[in-house]
Write a protein that binds this ligand. Sequence first.
Ligand code: MOS
Length: 731
Amino acid sequence: MIKSENEKIVHQQPFVGQPLDRVDGRLKVTGMARYPAEFPMDQLAHAVIVQSTVALGHIKEIDTRAAEAAPGVLAVLTYLNAPSTIPLESASAAPLQNNRILYHGQHVAVIIAETLEQATFAATLVSIDYEEETPLLHFDEERATRTDPDAVRGEPDAALAVAAVSVKGTYTTPTQHHNAMAPFATIARWEEDNLTLHDTTQGIAGVRKVVAKIFGLSIEQVRVIAPFIGGAFGSGLRCWPHVVLSAMAARYVGRPVKLVLTREQMYTSIGYRPRTIQHVALGATRDGHLTTIIHEAIEPTAASDNYSEDPTESTHTLYASPNLRTSNRQDRLDVGSPTWMRGPGEAQGVFALETAIDELAYALEMDPIALRMINDPPVHPDTGQPWSSRALRECYQIGAERFGWERRTPAPRSMRDGKTLIGWGVASGLYPYFRAPAEARIRIFADGSALIQTAATDIGTGTYTIMTQIAADALGIPPGQIRCELGDSLLPASPSQGGSVLAASVGSAVQAAAQASVQQVLTLIQHDETSPLYGASSENVIVSDGRIICKDNPSQYETYTDILKRHGLDEIETSGRAAPGDEREQFGTGVFGAKFAEVRVDIDLGRIQVTRMLSVIAAGRILNEKTARSQIIGGTVGGVGMALFEQTFMDETTGHIVNANLADYVLPVHADIPPIEVLFFDQPDTNLNPLGIKGIGEVAIVGVAPAIGNAIYHATGRRVRDLPITLDKLL
Ligand code: MOS
């Protein structure tokens, strides 16, 4: 339960839009916020996973005798003794169901022991003999097959052939891992046939549903709890096999079981961003109007799973072009499944498209912002729908002024400082707008305080805080008197915190629940002759500072406390539900932003330093400038990592990930990160929902890598189409 600490700005409505400190900040910095591995439990046993060291084949023999005899070991589960579960469509959720090996790192046994150390030691004693088959591990674009029919507008190839100016290139992005700070953890506890999971997840409902299905339970028999998690970036959007293993282990030993992935297992057990090969071709008139866009993307995926994403999706919305073709193909490999990672698809796809646009700007000898402006589509290019709001133009205008873009000299290598080359680059960021049905409950108590309840998780984005702000305005109760409870499947249903949907989805539900509360209080007093608000209706009152106040005569008011007490009520409780309407049929939608980067490159060594980053974001109403800014800063850091550092290396003969640790998987550190400036074009989009919210989590990262790559080209004259841009590629 969270209580706001923001006493100093408590009396300044509206609260939505204010840079309120995180209401959960104190809990986090004092260690009082409970993360999934931190729930104390009597009789807790510890589980450690044993993973396959081959990529394809089957287990011939598994010898667990030494492990079973090791000190403290309660049980060793393998396919031989694991309880059978109900199969799912995707092979990778339910572990230990047979002796087949489908990828390196597949969970093949779990040790359950009294202590973590005992389980860890016993795991080394399991001896496995495999019958190996030759795995497909080399990513091959020729083998890839289409996921969907190509999306075609006009005559893209014919238009390319006759284009006055054209560019063409192949762009590649590497495998990346999410690298959440907190290792993923699950504590599973059974009481009879009821299962409780404390789990690192972005989506309580999803885990609940999958686990219920696998164990043949009703939804009500499974409770999933996750009030706080230490990052996820998309890796918490699925129910992974280790979650199921925890539940299986707890049932087997008849005790609660805790399973925490090791840092190395964080690279093998919870997905990754798939690498891409992308071919982009653009054609334009001499004056810079795009005549055709061709964007082909190829990604690997797991042969044993069905994950797919579309790196070409944004290409349909970013530019007006009469002709366009996008295609999306997958190469199915014997690897663990990829999954969503911040800006899934868009982060890679926009790198290719926005680098190609920069190349076209040079081919046309045009300013890259000017080129983007003249091709900015007035309506949705596929459908002709009007935009609900777009404002990418405004983002570039504001950003160019702030960044000092007019001082940029266009020629590569034309800006220097002694032996340092300076480059400025831009790129667009975008992400689709989505919203999902959500429910929330509001309780107002006789002491004048209120409680918000919904099952959503806050993965660190600020959900506790923004929901408190929304409820504060709708109830007229200061944030300091509102608590927010999240992250428990017993609470009203919420979508996953993913795809940038949560603020708009759950925010709308919280607002609806709060409005219903006010309505209910009004029904109490409307017919109450002793009330100064006798006869009032929702049109002629306002709510503020714990009171319901007559609009025309503010001296006439009543507090929630007085009303509840007079009616002998301890509390009133209301629910709210919100769901998307037909806004996506009516409007072209999306979240947009302009990203500006400055790099300095050492002329002799090729060493690259990002020295300035500016993001200007148009994401509808900004609920809290402070938490929103943090989101954009985090995504920008992720974008710097994508541009310059991050890549996962897999040994293509074994499927082994060779840099599965935070030393060899290079992430940006403080010294790599420049001052990051964030500006918002704060324009509520009430075409989409009453609060005018769009969602900012993904747009934060999209476009950062190409802005940096374009800046590197401007600095050096070297076009690197292969991420990450390491210094060896510049020499
Ligand atoms: Mo995001 S990839 O939907 O966590």
